[in-house]
Ligand binder design. Structure first.
Ligand code: F6R
Length: 241
């Protein structure tokens, strides 16, 4: 695992975008595993710039997202489908039929989860997976204490996660209590993983990556088991290293 400390959010976003762009240049049909939340927004902005300057094209790229809130359809402005459209897909030349996000309003969520893993399998796994990290160390919606190396599943959000995500909603009551999330098993299908984190509130989670300790109480520590992980952080997120 490599940890790169950058001066600020803009620099970490550019560094991450350069890594993703290199994957696409190497394989124009690359499969990108994508995350939502505030952490990758700068990275997506940099990818849009690279598309606009013709450095990269997403014409043959496929994407597969980590998660979606249960109960929100894709046109809800807090759904992750809506987030991806507005922060990336609407601004690049990707074919939206090649962008996969779990269906949070599927009638049979178990079947939706199984089918989602089949999509990951049929794409041959992600060439690169982009991750953020929760203050409590969650990745995707794999909260502390969850089972190790699960496939895609219905995940219960912890109170602390609902609280952290309430900043995007009118109130904490409006935050969905469950999500469909790739498990660590699906995330580990990726050949390469990058994780972006900025701000003091991520410093504890990042510090947990410094030694060899692995625990399901801090899910991000499991990334130590993957052979190709790069963590890209700003000075605040790195402040406890
Ligand atoms: C998003 C996701 C979450 C976020 C994490 C950090 O698809 O799966 O694990 O990466 O909650 O969120 P931000 O970046 O908003 O701090």
């Amino acid at each position: 695992m490599k940890i790169l400390v950058k001066e600020n959010y803009d620099e970490l976003s550019l560094e991450a975008a350069n890594i993703v762009a290199a994957v696409i240049k190497n394989n124009p049909k690359a499969v990108l595993g994508l995350a939502t939340g505030s952490s990758p927004i700068g990275l997506y902005k940099e990818l849009i710039k690279k598309y606009e300057s013709s450095e990269i094209s997403f014409k043959d790229v496929k994407t597969i997202n980590l998660d979606e809130y249960i109960g929100l359809s894709g046109d809800h402005d807090q759904s992750y489908r809506y987030f991806m459209n507005t922060n990336l897909f609407d601004h690049i030349d990707i074919d939206k039929d090649n962008t996969y996000i779990p269906n949070g309003v599927a009638e049979d969520l178990e079947l939706e989860s199984r089918n989602y893993d089949k999509i990951v399998e049929s794409l041959g796994g992600q060439d690169i997976q982009i991750l953020g990290v929760g203050e409590n160390g969650h990745i995707g919606f794999n909260e502390p204490d969850s089972k190790l190396l699960t496939p895609t599943h219905v995940a219960d959000l912890l109170e602390s996660t609902i609280e952290a995500n309430s900043r995007f909603f009118d109130s904490a009551d409006d935050v969905p209590k469950q999500a469909i999330s790739m498990g660590l098993g699906s995330i580990f299908k990726s050949k390469k993983i990058i994780l972006v984190a900025s701000g003091q509130n991520k410093a504890n989670a990042i510090k947990s990556l410094q030694n060899d300790y692995i625990t399901p109480q801090i899910p991000v520590t499991l990334l130590k088991l993957h052979p190709d992980v790069t963590i890209i952080v700003d000075k605040e997120a790195a402040s406890l290293l």
